[in-house]
Structures are given as structure tokens and as C-alpha cells.
Ligand binder design. Structure first.
Ligand SMILES: NC(=O)c1ccc[n+]([C@@H]2O[C@H](COP(=O)([O-])OP(=O)(O)OC[C@H]3O[C@@H](n4cnc5c(N)ncnc54)[C@H](O)[C@@H]3O)[C@@H](O)[C@H]2O)c1
Length: 259
């Protein structure tokens, strides 16, 4: 019997980057997945994961409560229930404090923090009604441990994820629902390509890839992470083996941050 056979997993931001790697891992271990994204290719990404009996792709903006409700309704209609929900969708921009716009602040908090809350809220509603427990896993960041330069809005949004994770974990513990957060470090995705380009220009005259190479030297394991590194942690937290772990925030970063 595979670890996630008969489990349904919702993954926001599941069409690319870390989220797609999570979806691949869950499908490979027997789960049915529903991936959600604002990107146009979300249905194609789902088709790459498997047939419609295995994976569905849903266009959903996690900042919009009615779209989030529709996402979980679709998951339940397609696969009968939701057992695991991974709040992974996120955005970042990088700007000096005087240049950071109010719109950037609002959008970042809306996607990274409110979006996580809205999905947790809807997942809890379904899981409580199902009565068989569940797993919520929220993507924070190394920036929930240690705010980096030029990203106060992103750091605030990810510290917020850690706080809401702890509060919800206490509220739903007796329902058999665990709530945990993860802090990826430097993971090779489109988001990190943007970071490399923009931070690289602002912090020095770094060419493409050079800032990442420099920062990787601070990682004890001396390599950037892959989506599959994050998937190993998320699959563990979603599994029966993690039944007694809740309200925790766990780094997955090759040892970059040890607090
Ligand atoms: N890449 C890293 O080094 C790194 C490090 C720490 C944390 N993270 C976090 O991991 C998560 C995934 O990052 P990634 O590197 O794979 O990024 P990515 O840019 O490759 O993917 C981001 C995903 O979020 C989705 N998304 C954005 N806005 C959305 C919205 N309003 N509604 C629904 N979906 C939306 C996008 O469609 C995309 O699928 C993010 O929360 C990010 O903050 C990434």
C-alpha cells in the first residue's frame, strides 16, 4: 500500500516550482492531487501529473475567498474529500524601502498570508465535516526566521504564516488536524531566478547566477535546494508518521539557518 493511497491533496501554486515538485511526490506515492494557480498552464500541468482520475488543475486566486471555496468544492466533487492541504502559493518583490509601493505591500500580504489563511479556513471546514482529521502544511520561508534586506513586506508575510500556523494548530488539535509550516532556503525555481537578478543588481554587480553561487557558499551543504528536497519534508509532515507534530515551523535549507 502506498503512503498516500486514498488521500486527496490540494496544493496551491502547484503548477510550477516547489508546488509542482510536491504534486509529483504525492502522485508518485499514490495520492490524488488538485493543483491551483493563477497561471494559464495549470490544467496542462495537471495533465502532466496524470489522468483526471489522479490530478486536476484549477484556476484559483488564493486571495479571493469565493475562488478558494470553489477550489475545495471542486476537490471534494472530484475526489470525495480533502485530506491534506498545502498552502504553497507565494509571490515576492524586492525594493528599497522608499521605493516599495503600498500596492506591493498589500499584494504580498494578500497572497502569502491571507491566501494561506483562506485556504486553511476552507480546508478545516471540510476536514471537520469529514471527521477523519487532516494535514495542513503552510509554506513560509527562511525569511520567517531572519528577514533579508529589501524585502520587509515578504518577511512580514512569512512571519505571519508562522503565527497563523501556531494559532490554528492549537484550535484544531482535538479534531486530529495538524498544522505545520516549512521554511525553504534557496531553492532553484523561477522565484529564485528573479531574486538572483534583482538582489544581484542591488547588492553588487553580480551577473546571472552569481549571487546565488555566492549565497550558496553560506550553506553548510554548499548547494542550492531542489523542489524534491522540499517535497521530502512536506510528504513526511503529511504522513501518518507525523501525527504527533503540530504547530511547528521546520527549515529545509541545507543548514543555512539553524534557529
Ligand atoms: N524558491 C525559493 O527559494 C523559496 C524560498 C523560500 C520560500 N519559498 C516559497 O515557496 C513557495 C513557492 O515558491 P516557488 O519558488 O516555487 O515560486 P514560483 O514563482 O515558481 O511559483 C509560485 C506559485 O504561486 C502561484 N501564485 C502566485 N500568486 C497566486 C495567487 N494569487 N493565487 C494562486 N496562486 C498564486 C503561482 O501561480 C505559482 O504557481 C512560495 O510561497 C515562496 O514564497 C520559495
Amino acid at each position: 500500500m502506498e503512503r498516500f493511497e486514498d488521500r486527496t491533496v490540494v496544493i496551491t501554486g502547484g503548477n510550477k516550482g516547489i508546488g509542482y515538485a510536491l504534486a509529483e511526490r504525492f502522485v508518485s506515492e499514490g495520492a490524488r492531487v488538485v493543483i491551483a494557480s493563477v497561471d494559464a498552464d495549470v490544467k496542462e500541468a495537471a495533465a502532466r501529473l496524470g489522468g483526471s482520475d489522479r490530478a486536476r488543475g484549477v484556476h484559483c486566486d488564493v486571495t479571493d475567498k469565493s475562488q478558494v471555496e470553489a477550489l475545495y468544492t471542486l476537490a471534494c466533487d472530484a475526489f470525495g474529500k480533502v485530506d491534506i492541504s498545502v498552502q504553497n502559493a507565494g509571490i515576492i518583490t524586492i525594493a528599497r524601502v522608499e521605493d516599495l509601493t503600498e500596492a506591493e505591500w498589500d499584494a504580498t500580504l494578500a497572497v502569502n498570508t491571507k491566501g494561506v489563511f483562506l485556504c486553511c479556513q476552507e480546508a478545516v471546514r471540510r476536514m471537520r465535516a469529514q471527521g477523519s482529521g487532516g494535514r495542513l502544511i503552510n509554506t513560509a520561508s527562511g525569511q520567517a526566521r531572519d528577514g533579508f534586506i529589501y524585502t520587509p513586506h515578504y518577511a512580514a508575510s512569512k512571519f505571519g504564516v508562522m503565527g497563523l500556523t501556531q494559532s490554528l494548530a492549537k484550535e484544531v488539535a482535538l479534531d486530529g488536524i495538524t498544522v505545520n509550516a516549512i521554511c525553504p532556503g534557496i531553492i532553484q525555481t523561477d522565484m529564485w531566478d528573479y531574486n538572483d537578478r534583482v538582489w544581484g543588481k542591488m547588492l553588487g554587480d553580480y551577473g546571472p547566477g552569481e549571487l546565488m553561487q555566492a549565497w550558496v557558499q553560506n550553506i553548510p551543504m554548499k548547494r542550492a535546494g531542489r523542489g524534491s528536497d522540499v517535497a521530502g519534508l512536506v510528504a513526511f509532515l503529511a504522513s501518518d508518521d507525523a501525527a504527533y507534530i503540530t504547530g511547528q515551523t521546520i527549515n529545509v535549507d541545507g543548514g543555512l539557518i539553524m534557529s
